[in-house]
Write a protein that binds this ligand. Structure first.
Ligand SMILES: [Fe+2]
Ligand SMILES: [Fe+2]
Length: 169
């Protein structure tokens, strides 16, 4: 059984993410994620919160709590796109390989700002599988990879992208 002994509600999932990710969500570098659009009208910050909530939801509905470390799942999900730049900016071609390289960049930034366990490190580094060749080693990594693909597709196809507000920089 899961963290509360029955299936989790949306609000319970959000509360778990807030609780286990409080230091990450409150970190000053998260301000960068709040300024950068990820897909459509969704910032990297809100994308990361969605991926964390969806990963917890998947673990819950798939009854994986015996095999999943909740805190590591949430923390790795919140940090999976912690690359801290706007990948839509050209920057002289620096971000051309973004899809292939940003897992490593996110891990480097995350290790600088937080103490990570091996599940968190591996899940962040390999979340772009199968675009990058090395698969995640832990079930948490697969949940994050799945949640990320589902969220990215939904965010990209959402009509709200056409009336997204201009962000002030
Ligand atoms: Fe990513
Ligand atoms: Fe992502």
């Amino acid at each position: 059984m899961g963290p509360v002994g029955r299936l989790l509600t949306r609000n319970e999932i959000r509360a778990l993410v807030q609780r286990h990710g409080a230091d990450i969500i409150g970190h000053r570098h998260m301000a960068i994620e709040r300024r950068c659009y990820q897909h459509g009208a969704v910032t990297t910050f809100s994308h990361s919160i969605r991926v964390a909530c969806l990963a917890v939801w998947l673990a819950d509905r798939l009854h994986l709590w015996r095999r999943v470390h909740l805190a590591s799942l949430i923390r790795a999900a919140l940090l999976h796109d912690y690359f801290l730049y706007d990948w839509h900016d050209d920057d002289n071609g620096a971000h051309r390989l973004h899809g292939f390289t940003h897992g490593r960049t996110a891990l480097r930034n995350a290790m600088r700002d937080f103490t990570l366990d091996r599940i968190e490190r591996d899940s962040i580094a390999h979340h772009m599988f199968p675009l990058t060749p090395v698969p995640p080693r832990y079930v948490e990594g697969y949940l994050i990879t799945a949640a990320d693909k589902i969220s990215a597709t939904r965010e990209t196809l959402s009509m709200s992208r056409f009336d997204r507000p201009e962000l002030t920089r």
